[in-house]
Design a binder for this molecule. Structure first.
Ligand SMILES: C[S@@+](CC[C@H](N)C(=O)[O-])C[C@H]1O[C@@H](n2cnc3c(N)ncnc32)[C@H](O)[C@@H]1O
Length: 506
């Protein structure tokens, strides 16, 4: 593999690493690592270990993360379609671990597509608080929305914005912000040879410009006392230590928090920073507290991480042992800013359902679900969403999902969405059918086939069971080993397949 690495990159790494360079180069001849992360929003680790069909071993820095073997192919299992895990490079699980998310936090994932870290944040939130997942790339943001829906996330909004535009709607709003920055990707060359081929000498300078802009706006989006994690998958000091030193020089109310030694990270390389007019010697010295994953030292691809803590509105540093929820409580006490003017995408009152529309949704819920769902009902066009509490007005922003997409208003009826099915627990549906993952029916369902299912196989969480004739007829949640896959419509022994075409097993 080392033959595809660009000469200029190799020269640079040799200069930086000195004696360590041969060990670094030897890592390119070793196979890459494969990782998956269990979605604890849907299944506990203990329950997953009972069902797990793969050969897994734990990733030391991520409690929900596991290495798997290449031949396991977890993307080709019905559990993938139930959103029970996300396939993610092991090092990429570190930034969210460092963010210290607790249920109830307001979290912004600023550069979020395709959503690996957003789904991890959502697992940590456990359905409480708010995740705002944003990416400025129009195509990539669609994958982000889909991955959040597959993961069954009900408390997220998805935005397609530039950071500067977010500041107008969310000034000093978020308790935690993740910046998984666009970068020159040098740490990914072993995983993806194409990235090595695309690397060019000037990519670092281009990325630095983007990173500077993103970091500056993130500071304005953070609540007093909040935390930013900045991460890249590249080695270049300009995009890492240099960027952080520069940020600290312009933002004296932030400091780099020390990363627990138990995570086993190599330190930030303050010694790689030459004197520069862009940062002070004091800021440069602080970056030693940042962390790096080196492919020759740990079982993952190359990454950089810095935890940036805001000192709090009083100007005093937050106590080191304060729990992450402390930042949240302080932040909650702050008055929140409201939107700025200009460029309305949809007037606020257009998002309200008419009485008839609200009744249609309510009727569906009563007939199909065992309990009402929390959140504020709203519509964008004919699409109905449940928005988590605490979201300010979004009408100046490009909104991809203003909340959990639960269904569509049709003429005189409400049609449930696929994301609604994926965000439910099996016992929340009045009717469900449970397909074993070991039988072919689960895959036949995922391929879009109609299934023959006798009435005796329609289960319900209602106790006592409904006694009216024909209760088994209607929308039925199709599950694999007890985990929702999607909707079917049952009638007279046939389960009409409602699995959407764009999601099907191929
Ligand atoms: C490293 S990738 C993010 C990967 C993602 N966090 C994950 O775990 O799946 C960086 C992302 O930043 C986005 N991006 C680039 N410039 C941006 C900007 N100015 N504002 C917001 N997002 C940006 C890119 O479109 C890209 O999707």
């Amino acid at each position: 593999m080392s033959s595809v690495l660009p000469e200029a990159f190799l020269d640079k790494m040799q200069q930086l690493l000195g004696e360590e360079y041969p060990a670094f180069m030897a890592s390119y001849e070793k196979p890459r690592y494969y990782g998956l992360r269990v979605n604890t929003n849907k299944v506990s680790l203990a329950a997953f270990s009972k069902y797990n069909p793969f050969t897994l071993s734990p990733i030391p820095w991520a409690p929900e993360g596991f290495y798997y073997q290449e031949e396991d192919r977890p993307g080709k299992h019905p559990y993938y379609h139930a959103g029970l895990y996300y396939i993610q490079e092991p090092s990429a699980m570190m930034p969210v671990e460092l963010l210290g998310v607790v249920p109830g936090d307001r979290v912004l994932d600023l550069c979020a597509a395709p959503g690996g870290k957003s789904t991890q944040i959502a697992s940590k939130l456990q359905g409480l608080g708010l995740l705002a997942a944003n990416d400025n790339a129009g195509e990539r943001v669609k994958a982000l929305a889909k991955n959040l829906e597959l993961a069954g996330v009900s408390n997220a909004i998805v935005l397609n914005e530039w950071p500067a535009s977010l500041v107008r709607s969310f000034p000093s709003f978020f308790d935690k912000i993740l910046i998984d920055a666009p970068c020159s990707g040098e740490g990914m060359f072993r995983k993806d040879e194409e990235m090595a081929k695309q690397w060019e000498k000037h990519s670092v300078e281009k990325c630095v410009l983007m990173q500077r802009d993103i970091l500056a706006h993130a500071a304005a989006l953070l609540a007093p006392g909040g935390r930013i994690v900045y991460s890249t998958c590249t080695f270049s000091p300009e995009e890492n230590e240099g960027m952080i030193a520069e940020f600290l020089s312009g933002h004296p109310d932030f400091r780099v928090a020390v990363i627990p030694a138990s995570l086993g990270l190599a330190p930030g390389r303050a010694d790689w920073l030459a004197p520069s007019g862009r940062y002070t010697p004091e800021s440069a010295a602080q970056v030693a507290a940042a962390g790096r994953i080196w492919p020759h030292l740990m079982q993952g691809e190359g990454h950089f991480f810095a935890v940036l803590e805001h000192s709090g509105s009083t100007g005093e540093a937050a106590p080191a042992d304060e729990d992450a929820g402390g930042a949240l409580r302080r932040a909650r006490a702050q008055p929140r800013g409201r939107k700025g003017g200009g460029g309305w995408k949809q007037a606020a009152d257009e998002t309200e359902l008419t009485r008839e529309e609200a009744e249609q949704v309510e009727r569906f819920m009563r007939l199909t679900l065992t309990r009402p769902l929390p959140g504020k009902l709203m519509k964008y066009g004919s699409h109905v969403y449940l928005q988590p509490p605490g979201v300010p007005r979004l009408d100046t922003l490009k909104v991809i999902r203003p909340g959990w997409f639960i269904g569509t208003l049709k003429k005189n009826r409400f049609e449930p969405s696929h994301p609604l099915a994926l965000g439910l627990k099996a016992d929340e549906a009045v009717r469900r059918v449970d397909l074993p993952s070991t039988e072919p029916e689960a895959i036949r369902y995922l391929k879009g086939e109609t299934l023959e299912i006798s009435a005796s196989l329609i289960l319900t969480a209602l106790d006592p069971k409904p006694d009216e004739e024909g209760w088994t007829k209607g929308y039925c949640l199709v599950c694999v080993d007890g985990f929702p896959l999607g909707w079917g419509k049952w009638r007279d022994g046939m389960l009409k397949n409602e699995y959407p075409a764009g999601w099907r097993w191929t």
